[in-house]
Design a protein around this ligand. Structure first.
Ligand code: GLA
Length: 394
């Protein structure tokens, strides 16, 4: 990939002696969905697929950007003195948003860049291609300008860019997993406090298989922000009697005891998902860390069903793939991953059953939906960084 992106850079901006190469992964969340903006736990990991960037520093304030994934969009330009969201800039709004956020937070960005991006995360698959391009940009800006910021600062800047520049009120999970990822580890993150711990994935004899429904969605046009609003309303009702700052502070039994305080039935179901999912996530992380995965299937299934019935963010495509996985004897657990409304499922599959699972679930999926699914065996990699020496990003 390093070679490929250097060539892409030369084709677009000409040969350059002093190119720097950066990488930010995508992420898959094992469990803990729609809990991050509710102050709960998530359990994601960074992948070895992601977004590469080749960068040449400029002497002026111009930024010229090109994405090999959106060749038809051509070169996008802006000045660091005037960064505005422009719908017609499409993908380039993500890096622009990060630049605007740095400037808005008081960092000085003395000079611009020529950047070529090249990603191998399928777009709209729910594996966080947008947070990946945000984080790779955040690392470029920090490293090339020698800024005094740590990775958690970068994670927060990237999330803020998505919230205010792109207009999606996402939580911190994606940016955190992509910034802080560690090879062969998942991250148990308390999104209320940002306390986190790495869990070595002792997966002996098991693989993580991602199945892409190929039904695309973007968070901007999904009902993501509506879900956030519904949870806020539920919290507001509960706060009339309970002194809590987030739904993540409630245990399932405390929730059950006070659920009637939530006026609206839909909001009540949304909140129930957030509370129970948070509980499931902590249980699942403990199972992964002790390599005791006997009950993981039940937790993953309950997670999916709750996202289907109470949170209502699955789809025919996601349900079909998850159900096909549940029926397969070689599958330990399966659920949708990411925001939902399309995107991917994640399954824990016995190594020897992976190819049969892919074949049978793929055929069933096509028969039921008329679409073809893509399957990937996930490799868990490290977080966003400059690629130096023989680090190729994978
Ligand atoms: C998207 C958001 C995350 C998180 C998930 C759902 O990926 O970017 O912050 O809310 O959806 O768990």
């Amino acid at each position: 990939m390093k070679h490929k992106i250097k060539k892409a850079f030369a084709d677009v901006f000409g040969e350059s002696e002093d190119l720097r190469i950066f990488f930010a992964p995508g992420r898959v969340n094992l469990i803990g969905e729609h809990t991050d903006y509710n102050g709960g736990h998530v359990f994601p990991c960074a992948l070895t697929i992601g977004t590469y960037a080749a960068v040449r520093e400029r002497g002026d304030r111009l930024v010229r950007m090109y994405s090999d994934n959106f060749k038809e969009a051509g070169i996008k330009e802006c000045s660091l003195d005037e960064i505005r969201y422009q719908k017609e800039d499409g993908w380039a709004n993500y890096p622009k948003g990060v630049m605007a956020e740095y400037l808005g937070s008081g960092f000085s960005l003395p000079h611009g860049f020529d950047i070529v991006f090249l990603g191998n995360i399928p777009n709209g698959a729910g594996l966080s291609s947008s947070a990946s391009i945000e984080l790779v940009t955040a690392v470029i800006l920090k490293e090339c300008h020698g800024l005094d910021a740590d990775m958690i600062d970068l994670v927060k800047l990237a999330q803020a860019a998505e919230n205010s520049f792109i207009g999606v009120s996402c939580g911190i999970m994606d940016q955190f997993a992509i910034g802080m990822g560690k090879k062969d580890h998942a991250i148990l993150l308390n999104c209320g406090t940002l306390a986190f711990e790495y869990t070595k994935l002792g997966m002996s004899g098991l693989s993580i298989v991602i199945a892409n429904t190929n039904k695309k969605r973007t968070l901007a046009d999904s009902s993501y922000n509506t879900r956030l609003k519904e949870c806020r309303e539920a919290l507001f009702d509960l706060q009339k009697h309970l002194s809590i700052q987030s739904l993540g502070e409630l245990s399932p039994s405390a929730f059950d005891a006070h659920a009637e305080l939530i006026q609206n039935e839909v909001n009540r179901r949304r909140a129930k998902h957030a509370v129970y999912e948070n509980h499931r996530t902590q249980k699942a992380a403990a199972m992964f860390s002790s390599n005791q995965l006997h009950h993981i299937g039940e937790l993953m299934r309950d997670s999916h069903l709750s996202l289907r019935d109470d949170y209502e963010v699955t789809s025919l495509e996601l349900d079909t793939l998850a159900e096909a996985a549940w029926r397969h004897a070689g599958v330990v657990g399966s659920r949708m991953t990411g925001a939902g409304f399309g995107g991917c499922t994640v399954s824990i599959v016995k190594d020897e059953a992976v190819s049969d699972f892919i074949e049978t679930a793929g055929a069933h999926y096509e028969e039921q939906t008329g679409r073809k699914a893509d399957f990937y065996t996930a490799d868990i990699g490290a977080g966003a960084r400059e690629l130096k020496g023989d680090d190729n990003g994978d």
